[in-house]
Design a protein around this ligand. Sequence first.
Ligand SMILES: [Zn+2]
Ligand SMILES: [Zn+2]
Length: 261
Amino acid sequence: MKNGAEETTNAYGLSHISFFLFRISRYALDILFPPLCAYCEAYLDNETTPFCNACLGMIVRQTSLICPICNARMAANKNICTHGKSKRDQYPYLLGAATHYTDPVVRACIHRCKYEKVHSLAPVFAKLLVEYINALDPKPSIFASSPIVVPIPLHMHKERNRGFNQSALIARSFARTMQLPYDELLVKLIDNDPQAQTKKRIARLERMHGAFAVPRPADVRNKTIILIDDVSTSGATLSEAARTLKQAGAKKILALVVAKA
Ligand SMILES: [Zn+2]
Ligand SMILES: [Zn+2]
């Protein structure tokens, strides 16, 4: 019988000999250029993320839901604080943010993910979301209804250029840990960026109008949904996504972001 050792491949899709050479060159590189934490530049013992555990531990965790308009701390199950009925329709969701965007480690993490195509931070962000949800007391009632975890989509062109959707990676990892269903129920029709274009909140909301669609409304009707994004600044993206899901018949929405600006 043929031995077949040469044909066997490993997780990297390499033969044993190539893998051996790959390991040696990695080892040599690590000696010459040891991996450093992207924030404090301490040596990394464990290379699963570009940040050391001390830096990740330093991130200040939030402990309540917040108002999407003024960032005030909110009691469970209330969407905005004292901004009036018309505003309530603009923000048809509860908002949870695990951290604040002013946190320097969070900002460095998010920046790396967005601009250097680092996939390995998605589980770190998902873990921050899980810890945040577990710290909420009481937990929002939406968790009693087996909500569907839905990522904020990127426009097809943007996802193709970037190679992945950061929010989808975080949402998948979060859903897996929380043992909740995951479904990409939204698509993005317009390739725009509300943050970059204008500073006015109303103008941002208007710019996002019609940006999303629900291709399978039957899968949304009467469902509760957890909408996931990495960062929220004005809330225009979350508002438009939540409004689109509501129009398709979603019952209740909790938007969860890693960081709120
Ligand atoms: Zn560090
Ligand atoms: Zn408020």
